[in-house]
Design a protein around this ligand. Structure first.
Ligand code: FMN
Length: 365
C-alpha cells in the first residue's frame, strides 16, 4: 500500500517529506514576545511528531499586534534571538521542516490568555489600544478599535516586512501570513468588520487591497528558497459575510502575488459566530480553493490517519494540518505511518520505539 499522505511535496523552493503539517498554536507563554523554555519543550516535541512541517504559533509583527501579554512576537532583536534559539534546537533535535505564522491581532488584540478568561483585558490588566479597518468591536465587552489611518497602513506593512526579514535570518523553511480567525488581515476582508468607504472598503477587491499590499511587500522580502503561504478564511459562517467563493478569490490573488501555498481555515470574525463541529469541516472549501492551482492545505477536525489519507489521496487538498490531535498525541505522524504502512523518520534515540512494538517486528534488543 502506498500512502499519498506520506509522499513528498514541494512548496516553492522547499521540499517536505510528507503532507502532514502541525498547525500554528498559540502557547501564551512568551515574555514580551520572546520565546521561552516552554517553546523548547513544546516545539522540540512537535519537531519529532512525524509531520513534514511544523508551523510556529501566531508570531506578532508589532508589540500591540499581540493577542495577549503572553503571545510571541518578532519585533525586536531580543524576540528574534529567542526564537532563533528555539529553531536551532528543533533543527538539532527534530526531523520536521520549520515554518512561522506572522500575525497582527487587530481588534482581537489586548486580550486575556484563554485560561484567564479569554476576553478583553480589563483596566487593571495593562490593556492597550487596538486597531482595525473600522471602529467596531469584536463583540459585546470587547475593546473598540481605532479605524486605521494612513500612517497605520504604512507602519503595519513595514512591520510585516521587517518580521519576515527576521524570520528569513532565523532560517525558517516557510513563512505564512495569518489572514484568518478574525485578526487584522481577515478583518479587512470581511464585510462584518470592514465598513470603510475609501479604497480599503466596499467591494471584495477593495477589502482585499490591504492584505494584498502586505502579501506583495512580504513576497519582495522573502527569497524564493523559503516557502511563502497564508492561512485564509474559507467562510465566516455568517449569512452575507465571507463565503468559499471569496476564499477562491483570495487564493487567486495570493497566487498572482507569487505565494506558494494557502491553508484553508475559517471562522472567528465575530464573538457570536460558531464553526461547524463536523469532521474535516473545511475540506469541501479547500477542494474549491485547490482548483485555482495553488498548493492547498486544510485544517479543522482532521483527527485520524485514514481521514487524512482520504483528503490528500482524494485530491481534496495537497496537505493537512492538525492542531488538537497532535497536542493529544505528539507522535501522531509516527502512528499514522504505522496505520498506513508508511515510513517516517525518527531520531536515533527513539529508533527502538514504534517498529519494535509492531506485530511481527524483531524483538527488543
Ligand atoms: C491551543 C491552540 C492554539 C491555537 N493557536 C493558533 C494560532 O496561533 N494561529 C492559528 O492560525 N490558529 C491557531 N489555532 C487554531 C488551530 O491552528 C486550528 O486551526 C484549529 O484548532 C482547528 O484544527 P484542529 O481541529 O486540528 O484542532 C489554535 C488552536 C489551539 C487548539
Amino acid at each position: 500500500m502506498s500512502s499519498t499522505l506520506f509522499s513528498p511535496i514541494r512548496l516553492g523552493g522547499v521540499e517536505l517529506e510528507n503532507r502532514i503539517v502541525v498547525a500554528p498554536m498559540c502557547q501564551y507563554s512568551s515574555a514580551d514576545g520572546c520565546a521561552t523554555d516552554w517553546h523548547i519543550a513544546h516545539l522540540g516535541m512537535l519537531a519529532n511528531s512525524g509531520a513534514g512541517l511544523v508551523i510556529v504559533e501566531a508570531t506578532h509583527v508589532e508589540r500591540h499586534g499581540r493577542i495577549t501579554h503572553g503571545c510571541m512576537g518578532l519585533y525586536s532583536d531580543e524576540s528574534e534571538a529567542a526564537l532563533k534559539r528555539v529553531v536551532d534546537f528543533c533543527r538539532r533535535a527534530g526531523t520536521a521542516k520549520l515554518g512561522v505564522q506572522l500575525a497582527h491581532a487587530g481588534r482581537k488584540a489586548s486580550s486575556q490568555r484563554p485560561w484567564e478568561g479569554g476576553g478583553a483585558l480589563k483596566p487593571g490588566e495593562d490593556p492597550w489600544d487596538t486597531i482595525a479597518p473600522s471602529g467596531l468591536p469584536f463583540g459585546p465587552g470587547w475593546h473598540t478599535p481605532r479605524a486605521m489611518a494612513a500612517d497605520d497602513f504604512d507602519r503595519v506593512r513595514g512591520v510585516f516586512v521587517a518580521a519576515a526579514q527576521r524570520a528569513v535570518r532565523i532560517g525558517f523553511d516557510a513563512i505564512e501570513l495569518h489572514m484568518a480567525h478574525g485578526y487584522l488581515a481577515h478583518s479587512f476582508m470581511s464585510p462584518v468588520s470592514n465598513r470603510r468607504t475609501d479604497q480599503y472598503g466596499g467591494s471584495l477587491e477593495n477589502r482585499m487591497r490591504f492584505p494584498r499590499e502586505v502579501a506583495e511587500a512580504v513576497r519582495q522580502a522573502v527569497p524564493r528558497t523559503v516557502a511563502l503561504g497564508a492561512r485564509i478564511t474559507g467562510s465566516d459562517w455568517i449569512d452575507g459575510a465571507l463565503t468559499p467563493a471569496d476564499a477562491v478569490f483570495c487564493a487567486k490573488t495570493l497566487k498572482a502575488a507569487g505565494f506558494d501555498y494557502v491553508d484553508v481555515s475559517s471562522g472567528g470574525i465575530s464573538s457570536d459566530a460558531r464553526n461547524p463541529a463536523t469532521p474535516g469541516y473545511n475540506v469541501p472549501i479547500a477542494e474549491q480553493v485547490r482548483a485555482t492551482g495553488i498548493a492547498t492545505r486544510t485544517v479543522g477536525l482532521i483527527v485520524t490517519a485514514p481521514q487524512a489519507e482520504d483528503i490528500v489521496a482524494g485530491g481534496k487538498a495537497d496537505m493537512v494540518a492538525l492542531a488538537r490531535a497532535v497536542l493529544d498525541d505528539p507522535h501522531w505522524g509516527w502512528h499514522a505511518a504505522r496505520a498506513l504502512g508508511a515510513e517516517v523518520r525518527r531520531p536515533n534515540q527513539y529508533l527502538r520505539s514504534g517498529p519494535a512494538l509492531w506485530p511481527g517486528a524483531a524483538p527488543l534488543r
